[in-house]
Write a protein that binds this ligand. Structure first.
Ligand code: 48F
Length: 269
C-alpha cells in the first residue's frame, strides 16, 4: 500500500473544514438536550448510556481529553477494578470480561472497562464532548436548574478570562466524582439553595468503608436539587457517606438509578 500524492484530492482546508463543520453540527444539535451529564466517570457514562438507549438526547461534558474518570488508574495504578456480582450485568452488557473473584466479587481490566464503557455509550447515541467543563448551571425564574454553563477546560487551566456558553437540559446528572463540583456550586451560587440531604452545606465524603460506601451510594443517588441528580461518588460526597476505594460496582448501579431518576424528572416536566 502506498499513497500516490497525485491521487490525493484533499488539502489542508479539507481537514480544517471537516473538523470545524462537523463539530459545529454536533454541537449545535446538542444545545437543547434531554439530559446533560457533568463528568464522564463510570457512573456518568453508565447513566448516559442507559438514557441514550431509551432514545433520549444526552450530552456528556468532560473536562479531560479522555473519558472514564477514575477507572483508568484501577487501585493505586494497578489497572484492575473489582465489582460486586450485583453489578456484573452492567459490565457484561457492554462486553467487559469478568474474572470471578472472592466473596461475591469479580475483577475486570481497567483499560478494557474504560474503553468498552465509552464505546458502548457512544454506540447508544451519547454525544461526548471532551475538554469541556461544566463551570456553572443555568437556572429559571424559580431557581430550578435548566441547563449547564460550559467552557473549555483549557481556558480554566490557563486562567484566561473568557465568558462561557450555555446549554439547556431537562435534567442534569452531577457525576463529577469526589469533589461534587455541581453540588458545591449550587450551594455557593444559588441564594438559599438546599440540597436534598437535609443540610445546607456540602459535607464531603467520609473516610473509607467499602461496604458502607457502596451501600450508601445507591440511597444517595437522587434528585438533590430541582433538575439535578447526584450520581456516583458525587452522591456520596453530598451525602457525607464513606468512600469505597477501587470497588466500582456501586458506580455503575448508581448510574442505573440516576438514569431512572432523570427519566422521572423528564416525565414530570
Ligand atoms: O471521578 P470519576 O470517575 O467519578 P465517578 O463516576 O466514579 C468514581 C470512581 O472513579 C472512583 C471511586 C471508585 O469506586 O471512588 O473514584 O463517581 O469521574 C468524574 C469525572 O468528572 C470529570 C472528571 O474529569 C472525571 O473524568 N469532571 C469533574 N468535574 C467536572 C468534570 C466538571 N466541572 N465538568 C466536567 N467534567
Amino acid at each position: 500500500m502506498s499513497l500516490d500524492p497525485g491521487k490525493l484530492r484533499f488539502d489542508e482546508l479539507t481537514v480544517t473544514r471537516g473538523i470545524v463543520q462537523t463539530f459545529m453540527e454536533d454541537f449545535l444539535d446538542s444545545l437543547d438536550v434531554d439530559v446533560a451529564v457533568a463528568g464522564a466517570g463510570p457512573s456518568g457514562l453508565t447513566a448516559a448510556r442507559l438514557l441514550a438507549a431509551d432514545g433520549l438526547q444526552v450530552a456528556v461534558f468532560e473536562r479531560n481529553l479522555h473519558i472514564g474518570g477514575g477507572i483508568w488508574g484501577g487501585g493505586m495504578l494497578f489497572p484492575r477494578i473489582v465489582i460486586e456480582e450485583q453489578a456484573a450485568e452492567l459490565m457484561t452488557d457492554v462486553g467487559i470480561r469478568l474474572r470471578p473473584w472472592q466473596d461475591g466479587t469479580l475483577v475486570a481490566d481497567a483499560v478494557e472497562s474504560a474503553t468498552k464503557m465509552t464505546a458502548a455509550a457512544i454506540d447508544a447515541g451519547v454525544r461526548v464532548f471532551v475538554g469541556i467543563e461544566v463551570e456553572d448551571v443555568v437556572i429559571n425564574n424559580d431557581n430550578r436548574v435548566c441547563g449547564v454553563v460550559i467552557n473549555w477546560g483549557a481556558v480554566t487551566a490557563a486562567k484566561l478570562h473568557v465568558d462561557p456558553l450555555a446549554v439547556h437540559s431537562k435534567a442534569l446528572i452531577e457525576s463529577t466524582g469526589h469533589p461534587c463540583e455541581i453540588a458545591d456550586l449550587l450551594l455557593r451560587k444559588i441564594p438559599g439553595a438546599r440540597l436534598d440531604t437535609g443540610d445546607d452545606c456540602v459535607p464531603g465524603e467520609s473516610s473509607m468503608n467499602a461496604v458502607q460506601g457502596e451501600a450508601a451510594l445507591i440511597a444517595n443517588t437522587r434528585e438533590i436539587y430541582p433538575g439535578v441528580v447526584a450520581c456516583g461518588m458525587a452522591a456520596n460526597a453530598v451525602g457525607a457517606s464513606p468512600r469505597m476505594g477501587a470497588i466500582f460496582g456501586g458506580m455503575l448501579l448508581s448510574g442505573q438509578v440516576a438514569a431512572q431518576v432523570a427519566r422521572d424528572i423528564i416525565a414530570s416536566a
